[in-house]
Design a protein around this ligand. Sequence first.
Ligand code: TYM
Length: 342
Amino acid sequence: MSKTFPRRVFSGIQPSGNLTLGNYLGALRRFGEMQDAENEALFCVVDMHAITVWQDPAKLRSAIRELTAAFIACGIDPQRSILFNQSQVPAHAELGWILSCIARIGWLNRMTQFKDKAGKDREAASVGLYSYPTLMAADILAYHATHVPVGDDQKQHVELTRDIAAKFNHDYGIEFFPLPEPVIEGAATRVMSLRDGTKKMSKSDPSDMSRINLRDDADAIAQKIRKARTDPDPLPERYADLESRPEARNLVNIYAALADEEPDAVVASFAGRPFSEFKPALAELAVSHLAPITARIEELLADPAGIDRILGEGADRAAAIAEPILDRTREIVGFVNSRPAR
Ligand code: TYM
């Protein structure tokens, strides 16, 4: 590809309740840090993705506000960045349809998140859950975004977005969409469950003990870390020695990410000490990090109308970028666009 596109960051999070330490370390915290170095960054509460599985309407509404508050509490400034919810910008749905005609069924069949989420009874999954990645591609491409900060589990979806963009460009013979890059950085791009070091920490895990929620209080955080599964051995001399100890490695990674240290340095400073000493240090670190965020979320949630205003203004700014890109897409595809200007 020869055309260069101006750098633009886009990322999204589903408002499906229970934001976790994984969402924080893999995404939210990094967004706050990235924003300051960017000209233009868009952060989206992807409510249309959330309804690919059943959501109680009242709970969805409060989860949208809670996630918006969490973005702000983690450092997103809604004046500097564009913070909005997906359903208020129709370009996502419209481009999603066009891109679903570009993506191939075989490509979607390879998506591991669908396999995980649909479980054994795939026939009963919603069509939306299956075509979810084409909507995600539309989220990114509707803004000609070039960089997509995500946790490791979303890498496959961003790569699919590149494939869809490349096929669109090829089929229509025009370099119209950029091929966006996933940005996956830091010690905690894949935070694992506290109960099973081979499973990702997830807001949808039935066991609340498997995850730290952003809104857990200090006691809950300390208890979950104390009860986190480990093995009987003490911490080793080198991080590399944790390779076959997934639970222990996960706790070290979490510590390293929270403390902004290299995992090797964390292991070196606790070498030879048992997890009964490491865990209280980790709990203290987690609480000191999360407590101010939780307090700020609560404060912001006291003014739901203020949050809705931020989302509405963000949606207007987002639509102003997406609409001309959509107009051009319609033209490229061959649609007739003859409604009088509104
Ligand atoms: P979602 O809502 O599941 O997660 C939001 C972000 O949190 C990251 N994450 C994690 N990172 C590290 N360890 C974990 N255990 C962990 N769990 C979640 C995710 O990687 C993600 O970055 N499909 C997306 C939402 C989306 C999107 C987009 C993202 C929709 N459109 C466009 C980027 C660009 C999702 O379900 O994320």
